[in-house]
Write a protein that binds this ligand. Structure first.
Ligand code: DGY
Length: 322
């Protein structure tokens, strides 16, 4: 029996591609550059795959989804985020969508912790100074940051990633506060302090770490008004989605000194980056590395394949349907 056809929009880790090739006739994206929506649709129209393995950033908007051939039964995204996929449009076409939750929580929390540390201890500025050969030696007042011990970490979005970050931050002696749609069951809070409103939350913390999904409902959640509710000298870190931050407002607060520093792994319209960040000394910038570990990327790929296998090899529902 011939293997089902699977369109890959990107290069995936070797072990993931090997497993995909074992069970499917795969159609790779030879270039490993992101395909436009029109390119994805055209590749699908030519090959008529039953499944598509895609990734964060692929433009599965309504137009792309409308142009997919009838053959496509499932879009499995190699990501937990699904803001690059128009879920309504997929539903209207009867195309299943599945994602890869859980397996990237620790890796993404690690990047949040890295950004919190880098922002607090001025890691970006220090590295740039050394590399520019501008370090003239140890000095009592050089590049002083702030210590994390006893500081209040505010986690916006206390899902799996937020809870992993809380675990790590407790090890640094931070007090954990959180804002979430729902309060966690008492046994899962582990001493974290729940806030039922934004103003109370923002006014109580020293470091804000953002873990909310993208999309219209959260667009520019961190705007000038909410930034003003943060205490002077606060730090902002975002490893969720860039669209949740009003970049102009954040840059302005970094420049005025209302905020001490920021650390960003995600950007609105990435890989395009808001121009002001390039020159702001007190912002640490990473290229969307949240899940980028060998272990995690393999696990994400296997989870995406589990979703595809359920639908395409066994005729079952995907275990991680969105
Ligand atoms: C996700 O899974 O949504 C990440 O942003 C990609 O690592």
């Amino acid at each position: 029996m011939s293997k089902p056809l699977l369109l890959l929009t990107r290069h995936f880790p070797q072990a993931v591609e090997a497993r995909a090739a074992r069970d499917y006739a795969t159609i790779p994206n030879a270039a490993d550059t992101p395909m436009t929506g029109a390119e994805i649709a055209s590749a699908a129209q030519q090959a008529e795959p039953v499944g598509i393995l895609c990734a964060a950033g692929d433009a599965f908007n309504a137009e792309t989804i409308k142009a997919l051939p009838e053959s496509v039964k499932i879009i499995a995204t190699f990501s937990v985020g699904t803001d690059h996929i128009d879920l309504q449009a997929a539903k209207a076409r009867g195309i299943l969508v599945a994602n890869t939750p859980d397996v990237l929580s620790v890796a993404t929390a690690e990047i949040a912790m890295l950004l919190i540390l880098s922002a607090a201890r001025r890691g970006g500025e220090a590295e740039r100074m050394v590399r520019a050969r501008e370090w003239t030696g140890w000095a009592p007042t050089q590049l002083m940051g702030v210590t994390l011990e006893k500081k209040k970490l505010g986690i916006l979005g206390m899902g799996r990633i937020g809870q992993e970050l809380a675990k790590m931050a407790r090890g640094f002696g931070m007090e954990i506060h959180y804002r979430n749609r729902n309060r966690l069951p008492e046994g899962e809070e582990l001493g974290a302090i729940y806030h039922a409103d934004d103003a109370g939350f923002l006014g109580a913390i020293d470091v804000l770490s953002m873990h909310i999904p993208g999309g219209a409902a959260t667009r520019h959640w961190l705007n000038a008004e909410r930034i003003a509710q943060l205490r002077p000298g606060s730090i902002v870190v975002n490893t969720g989605r860039g669209s949740t931050v009003d970049d102009a407002a954040l840059c302005q607060a970094l420049e005025s000194g209302h905020l001490r520093a920021a650390g960003l792994d995600v950007f609105d319209g990435e890989p395009k980056i808001f121009e002001g960040y390039y020159t702001a000394p007190n912002v640490v910038l990473l290229p969307h590395l949240g899940s980028a570990t060998v272990e995690t990327r393999d696990a994400m790929g296997f989870r995406a394949l589990d979703n595809l296998d359920a639908v395409l090899l066994r005729g079952e529902a995907p275990p991680h349907a969105v």
